[in-house]
Structures are given as structure tokens and as C-alpha cells.
Design a protein around this ligand. Sequence first.
Ligand code: TYM
Length: 328
Amino acid sequence: MKRVLSGLQPSGQLHIGNYAGAIRQFVDMQADHEMFVFVASYHALTSTRDPDVLRANTRQVVIDYLAFGLDPSAHPNTHIYLQQDVPQVTELAWLLSCICPKSQMDKATTYKDKIARGLSASVGLYTYPILQAADILSVNPDLVPVGKDQVQHIEITRDLAQKFNHAYGDVFKIPAYKLQDDAEVLPGIDGQKMSKSYGNDIDPFMDEKPLRKRIMKIKTDSTPVEDPKDPDNCTVFQIFRGLAGRNDPRTLDLANRYRASGSQGMGYGNAKQALYELILDHFADARKRRTELINDPGYVDKVLKDGAAAAQEKVADVITRARQAVGL
Ligand code: TYM
């Protein structure tokens, strides 16, 4: 059985981009993979300063993983844990940072993007990809399912693992990333990459009224109703396609409605309504489960306790070998 590791930052409410790019893959893979899915709370410290907010967001990510369909009770090989329950990853990050050329961090695009967006540049933000490499290598996974924006981080991880193995002997497996079929980076309501930190995201757990209001705010151009429209250039359509799938009949039907003209022409309001209905339909079970989970904190605690135990066992083994390899 192949081993999988992935995680999300608890830097705010999860959005449909996280689901479409990453969480959907976790859920699909759990039937026949050994899953290590964690909450990247140390990483969130690069952007979150309020301890209560971090604690609440961390808990919320766990609840949302379960609501979206990760299910350790049905799949005993699915392990959900918090990064702070395996603090040795920070030691591994140090070992990796000592073989990582500084120029490699200078080239990391997520860092450059965040700086361009005005986030303050801590050393933690700068070396963020090294901690991510440590998360991954600490359980020696075969596969890392992520969204497209994370590919460079996985390439850095592979490179650091190779450098380490070359210097000290074979300690790490070289993991591969896995993208959702037809993977796209989902845009947010302003047309830029959907991101918690950019304030442009869509939260699938919002109450119906504010959710609809949010979707109606998606930026579109001013093409008149009766003119044909290019679906591929429209944020509403891109989100719809990312969620429903490129070849889903609902996507193909919506694309045809975009292209229609004259009295058959469709206004963007109708496309937004279609997206709203798709989201409600797609996440109906998740929305229900989430309410149940919020009322069952004992179950969430048990998931985290079991997950931490499983992760600690794997991490302890890898760290012991890495320490020995470097001479500690
Ligand atoms: P984060 O928290 O930004 O995003 C979590 C996952 O969601 C995907 N994603 C998207 N996919 C499609 N469209 C979007 N708009 C979109 N936004 C986010 C991301 O690609 C990611 O898979 N550095 C990671 C967290 C991390 C991690 C790890 C991941 C820390 N250690 C080890 C994998 C393995 C991050 O910031 O993800």
C-alpha cells in the first residue's frame, strides 16, 4: 500500500480551492493508501499572530477534513494529526537547512508572491519550504497530493532529499507529487488565485444567504446578456469547472449557455446562480456532517490522539536514522 502525506495551513477558513486542489484527492485516495494528513500549524505562524485564532483555526481544519469525507473510523489507515504533535519535524528542518543552498530559497515563488502581496518577510517565511520538506520526508511517503501552486515546494523537497541522500547515504524516499486530474488553480472572487490570505475565497460552509451574496460578487466583465461569452475567460465558469469537472455534463451545458446569443443569451447572474446551486449540492453532505462534528468534540479528540500516535511512530524512525546519518 502506497503511503501519502499532505497538509493544509490553518490560516483561516478552508475554501473550495483547498477542496478542489487537495482535499478531494485525499478523500479519493483513502480507500487504498496509507494516509498521513496533518494540520500545518507551525507554517501558519508565518502569517497568524493571535494564539486564540490559531488554536481555533487548527481545530476547524480537523473538523473540516472530517466533514469533507476523510474518515479514520472507516479507513484505519487514514491518520489525521497536528504538526505540533510531531515537533521533531523542526529538527529535521534544521538538518535539511544545513544542506540547502541559500539560492534555492531565493527562487521560491510562493515567498516572492507573498512579499509582493505585502506580507512581512520573517526568516520563517523565507525558509518555509524547508519545513515543508521536513513534514514530507519525516514519514517517507511515496506520494504528496497537492494543488498546482505547491509543485515547486515538492520539487524543492525532492531536491533536498536527493542532496541529503547523496551526502549521507539513503535515508529518504524521493516522493512524487500528485495533482488532481485536470488540475487548475481555482480563482477567487476577484479572478486572482483563491487564497485565505487574499480575502477572495469562497467558504463552502457559509450560510446560504451570505454564500449566495458572495458568489454574486464574483468579478465579471460587462458583456451584454444577448452577446455570446467566452466561458474560459470567466471566473464564474472557471470555479464551476474546477468543482464539477471539465467533462461533467453540467459544465458542458453551462459552457453552451455562455456561447449562446440573442434571445437565448445568458447573463452572468444566471451563471452565478448555477454556481451557487452547484456548491450547495456538492457540499450538502459535508455541511451536514460538519454540524454533527462540531457537536462531537470527543470524536475529534480521539481522531487526533490516534493520528498523533501513528505519525509519531513513523517520524521517530526516520528522525533516528537521519540523526545517525549526520553524526549526532
Ligand atoms: P495551503 O494551506 O495554502 O493550501 C492547501 C492545499 O490546497 C491547495 N490550494 C489550491 N488548489 C487549487 N486552487 C487554489 N486556489 C488553491 N489554494 C490552495 C494547495 O495547493 C494545497 O495543496 N505549504 C502548504 C501547506 C503544507 C504542506 C506540507 C502541503 C505544509 N507542509 C507538506 C503538503 C505537504 C500550503 O500552504 O498549503
